[in-house]
Design a binder for this molecule. Sequence first.
Ligand code: MN
Length: 202
Amino acid sequence: MSARDSLTEYRRKRDFSRTREPRGGAARPGDEPVFVVQIHDARTMHFDFRLEVDGTLKSWAVPKGPSADPHDKRLAMPTEDHPMEYREFEGVIAAGEYGGGTVIVWDEGGYRNLSKDRVGREIPFAEALREGHASFWLDGAKLHGGYALTRFHEGDGEAWLLVKRDDAAAGRSGAPSNPARARSVRSGRTLRQVESDAVGPS
Ligand code: MN
């Protein structure tokens, strides 16, 4: 599936005359693939974990966010592919629109594919995801080291687990337990500050 086709669901869910989220379409030239973790204060607070794969952002909603502790298994529910530009999005999605609520970019950076098949041969990242088990190394401002995403339920209600690998970066820094106090890696703002900036000075 091309990056263009994979955004059909993303666009169908949104009215771009009512949201400032990007429509998407511009490919990102570059070398190292990127990841982004956004905090989304929607109906329920959650983290959105996104990895660049073949020109789009593969996305999972992670209620508790990525942990730095290899013993934590964090539930990750797949969501529709998002356009590359979405990694820069912070702002307020209007109430009543799809995903209505406030978004900040909590962490971002590059990642490296560590995925291997059963006999230890490297496999392409997209293939690893299709197979339901992908390993990768994050070089973020906050998140570091190896992580794995593993699908444990297919079909309706597809679900994955996001787990920190046990390495030197384990225990260093994971998602905050109180996202309301977390700050954007891009602007230093909290969710509240992004919200009040969107309304403008009163
Ligand atoms: Mn979300």
